[in-house]
Design a protein around this ligand. Structure first.
Ligand SMILES: CC(C)(COP(=O)(O)OP(=O)(O)OC[C@H]1O[C@@H](n2cnc3c(N)ncnc32)[C@H](O)[C@@H]1OP(=O)(O)O)[C@@H](O)C(=O)NCCC(=O)NCCS
Length: 325
């Protein structure tokens, strides 16, 4: 019988654009307050891409850091899976643009669009290719310039989002690795969180609201908390594991209250949860890989530990990955 193949992390990286927009800065743009934003979301600031700086620019920096940590030659990467909702161009895919930047040729490279769950979807896809022997070394990226699809006149959304990129290199190994991934979607929630127009559904007017994110925050909040605890249980059940076997929760960083509620349902202490939302707000598909990178680089996450990653986003989409570092 052939040996089981797992996807193991060999490198991580993150990149945040230089410009910081604080809650106090937002007070000058819309009718809000630092106190309101902190209390309702836990967010203190967000990073915003410079004029002309694109999603691929951020992704390139994050990827180079992951490649450096892994100590590999980029030419040995045999697949790029890129999660983004804010691609540089309609086409080519941002994965192809990144492939060119990294000087790689020939390997498959494609984008995944699952909004804030994009990275978890991308990890799931990468894992299928590695487990079946179709790929040995896969670069998985989550990168966004959400500031480009934010309505800076809408206080109910503009306080929540930011720009950034995270990258993770996975390699085939006979040591665990990713234990399981779980991805889901339910399209009936389209109108709770969306951008009303796109390349095919053109805006009906010049109103900026047609081209930027619209959200019914309250309703999204409730579904997110319930769904995230459900997916955590689904993941543990699939592995015959119990809550106390999780060392780290690396959640999508949308709102501190959602993160805290999910951690509480899992019986995890604050110290077992990686929180970055205060520093860079919701960066959609970039949030999980950036949080993972931060906790690996500062030594919190140690080899052999068990990590639960989970995310929820527009679609709705949701998903999780359980892995050994
Ligand atoms: C958006 C969110 C922070 C709002 O918090 P909330 O506690 O649900 O607040 P509500 O939407 O009920 O609004 C409460 C009041 O604050 C006001 N308000 C909304 N945004 C505000 C802001 N930026 N500053 C000050 N007041 C604000 C509302 O107008 C409302 O006023 P009213 O009571 O006079 O009508 C919260 O719902 C949330 O985080 N939802 C999930 C969003 C999310 O994570 N989306 C991405 C998923 S990937």
């Amino acid at each position: 019988m052939s040996e089981k193949i797992y996807s193991r992390i060999i490198g991580t990286g993150r990149y945040l654009p230089e410009k910081i927009l604080t809650n106090h800065d937002l007070e000058t743009l819309v009718d809000t307050s630092d106190q309101w934003i902190r209390e309702r979301t836990g967010i203190e600031q967000r990073h915003i891409a410079a004029e002309g700086q694109t999603t691929c620019d951020l992704a390139e920096q994050a990827s180079l850091k992951a490649i450096e940590m892994a100590g590999i030659d980029p030419a040995t990467i045999d697949m790029i899976v890129f999660a983004t909702t804010t691609p540089d161009k309609v086409f080519p895919s941002t994965a192809c643009l990144l492939q060119q930047r990294l000087g790689i040729r020939g390997c498959p490279a494609f984008d995944i669009q699952a909004v804030c769950t994009g990275f978890v979807y991308a990890v799931s896809v990468a894992d299928q290719f590695i487990k079946t022997g179709m790929a040995k070394r896969v670069l998985v990226v989550g990168a966004e310039t959400l500031s480009r699809i934010t309505n800076w006149q809408d206080r109910t959304t503009c306080i929540l989002f930011g720009d950034g990129a995270g990258a993770v290199l996975f390699e085939a190994s006979n040591q665990p690795g990713i234990l399981s991934t779980h991805i889901h979607a339910d399209g009936q929630y389209e109108d709770l969180l969306h951008v009303p127009s796109g390349p095919s559904k053109l805006p009906q007017s010049d109103d900026i609201a047609e081209k930027t994110m619209a959200m019914k925050g309250n309703e999204v909040f409730k579904v997110a908390v319930n769904t995230l605890s459900r997916i955590a249980n689904e993941t543990l059940d699939a592995n015959n594991m119990t809550k106390d076997q999780i060392d780290w929760l690396v959640p999508h960083q949308a709102n501190l209250r959602i993160i805290t509620a999910t951690a509480k349902k899992l019986g995890l202490s604050d110290k077992q949860v990686v929180v970055t939302v205060n520093k860079h707000a919701n960066t959609s598909s970039a949030s999980v890989p950036m949080a993972l990178d931060e906790a690996i680089r500062d030594g919190r996450i140690q080899p052999g530990q068990t990590i639960l990653m989970e995310a929820f986003g527009g679609g709705f989409t949701w998903g999780s990955a359980l892995l050994k570092y």
